[in-house]
Structures are given as structure tokens and as C-alpha cells.
Design a binder for this molecule. Structure first.
Ligand SMILES: Cc1cc2nc3c(=O)[nH]c(=O)nc-3n(C[C@H](O)[C@H](O)[C@H](O)COP(=O)(O)OP(=O)(O)OC[C@H]3O[C@@H](n4cnc5c(N)ncnc54)[C@H](O)[C@@H]3O)c2cc1C
Length: 228
């Protein structure tokens, strides 16, 4: 009785705003025998915030340039699925690849290593070049002193170590005992990275000499993450 009723129902999966989940939901419903599923998407392409922009139109040109305008990285911690926050996505990729083997092998989802940091990457900020007048590399920018990088003199030369120093205790606690680590984080839940550095860590680290930590944080974020 239940199955004959199900055949009569048109199920609409409204994508609001969960395209990746909706596509998977539709697939799972199909596997469960519910085939009459409609997905509503208001753009003229699928993918939502996952968006690869190709600079030429020829799909057969395997050397064509492309850029990831949206999501591009999945976090992977070697040998530690418990710390791999995107493990569920990796599991879903495995699941879909198994599925596609039978259905459509050309749809295999492949992952490639994401180079997060390259010591030879070119860096250009504050109009500064290296001592030979050439474009700085990341390696140079992390070893040069603050005046060579065009930062204000009152930024201490060891400013880059502050970031690790500020956050390493949280990572250590999470690694040793996840529940305690989470409690330690909850204590500062109202903070952003910026406000934690500005209001908690730096006033403790440099209590008397500085009263404006903004320049230090900008330097750290520019040099370490390229977002300052
Ligand atoms: C620049 C950028 C970089 C990112 N980098 C990463 C990264 O490296 N790693 C990572 O894990 N995450 C990253 N993210 C986040 C990641 O892209 C999103 O968390 C994820 O794509 C969200 O998926 P979603 O399916 O929930 O929503 P979305 O991808 O936003 O999909 C929502 C869909 O719903 C549709 N929709 C909305 N309203 C309606 C409506 N009324 N009717 C019909 N359809 C509608 C939209 O058109 C869209 O297709 C990045 C995001 C951005 C913007």
C-alpha cells in the first residue's frame, strides 16, 4: 500500500540554498525508488557557490586556463580522519565514484593536491621588492625584517610567530582532548581571529609598548595569508 502511494507522489526538492545537498538527496531518493524528483534551480547553471570559470569554450582543450571563483579546497589531515573536517565530502566523493563506475565512468570525480603555500610564490605588497630589485618571493618576505617589507618600525621583527603562538594552545588542546579543546574555544566564541588577537592575545603579549595592534595584525595577515 505504502509503495503504491509513493509512486503517485511528485516529490519536489527545493534548493534553498543547498544545491550540493539537494543533488545528493535527489540521488538517495532515486536509490530509494522515488524517481519522480524535481530540483528547482534559479540560475542557468548548477553548482551554486562551487564555480569553475573557463577562459576558453573548448571543453576538449586540456590546457585551457580556468579559475576557481568559489569553493576549491577540501581539508585533509593525513592519517587523521577524525580531524579531517571534510571527511564526509571525501566519503561522498567515494560513494559517487562507486556509483558512476556503473552509471557513467566519465563522471568520475578526481581530486588533486592543493598547494596552499609555495616558498617561491611571488609576493608584492607595500611597493617593495627584494634586495636585488626583483619581485619578492614568499620565502624572502617571511625572512626579511619589517622595514624591508615597508611596515611601520614599531612592529616587532618576530611578528609572524605571534599567529602560531596565539592559536597553537587551542590546536594542542583539541588534539589532546577534543571536548576540553572545544570548551577552551567556546570561552572565546564571541571573537573573530582579528578581535582575539587585538583584544586578548596582543595586549597580553605586548602590554606596555603598543596601544594600537591593528598594524601588527595587518602585517601578519598580509604576509601569512595574503588577506591583510
Ligand atoms: C569565494 C568562495 C570560496 C570558497 N572556498 C571554499 C573552499 O575552498 N572550501 C570549502 O569547503 N568551501 C568553500 N566555500 C564555501 C562553499 O562554496 C559553500 O559552503 C558551499 O558551496 C555551499 O553549498 P550549498 O549547496 O549549501 O549552497 P550554494 O552552493 O550557495 O547553493 C545554493 C543554490 O541554491 C540556488 N538557489 C538559491 N535560492 C533559490 C531559489 N529561491 N530558488 C531556486 N534556487 C535557489 C542557488 O542558485 C544555488 O545554486 C567558498 C565560498 C566562496 C563564495
Amino acid at each position: 500500500m505504502l509503495s503504491s502511494n509513493l509512486q503517485l507522489i511528485t516529490i519536489i526538492v527545493l534548493i534553498l540554498p543547498i544545491i550540493a545537498q539537494s543533488l545528493l538527496t535527489a540521488l538517495l531518493l532515486k536509490e530509494a525508488g522515488i524517481k519522480n524528483v524535481t530540483i528547482l534551480e534559479y540560475q542557468d547553471r548548477v553548482g551554486g557557490r562551487v564555480y569553475t570559470h573557463y577562459f576558453t569554450d573548448d571543453p576538449n582543450d586540456d590546457k585551457r586556463l580556468y579559475g576557481e571563483i568559489g569553493a576549491m579546497r577540501l581539508l585533509y589531515v593525513d592519517g587523521r580522519p577524525d580531524l579531517t573536517q571534510d571527511q564526509l565530502v571525501f566519503d561522498t566523493i567515494d560513494y559517487l565514484n562507486e556509483y558512476n563506475k556503473v552509471d557513467n565512468p566519465e563522471m568520475e570525480i578526481k581530486t588533486i593536491p592543493f598547494i596552499l603555500s609555495n616558498p617561491n610564490a611571488l609576493y608584492y605588497f607595500n611597493n617593495k621588492k627584494d634586495q636585488n630589485g626583483k619581485m619578492m618571493t614568499k620565502n624572502y618576505s617571511t625572512t626579511a625584517n619589517v622595514s624591508q617589507l615597508g611596515y611601520p618600525d614599531n612592529i616587532p621583527d618576530n611578528y609572524l610567530s605571534f599567529y602560531d603562538e596565539a592559536f597553537a594552545p587551542f590546536f594542542k588542546e583539541l588534539d589532546q582532548n577534543f571536548t576540553n579543546g572545544l570548551k577552551a574555544l567556546e570561552h572565546y566564541d564571541q571573537h573573530t581571529v582579528y578581535s582575539y588577537l587585538n583584544e586578548v592575545f596582543l595586549p597580553e603579549k605586548l602590554p606596555t609598548k603598543w596601544n594600537d595592534y591593528d598594524e601588527i595584525i595587518k602585517a601578519i595577515e598580509t604576509n601569512l595569508m595574503g588577506i591583510g
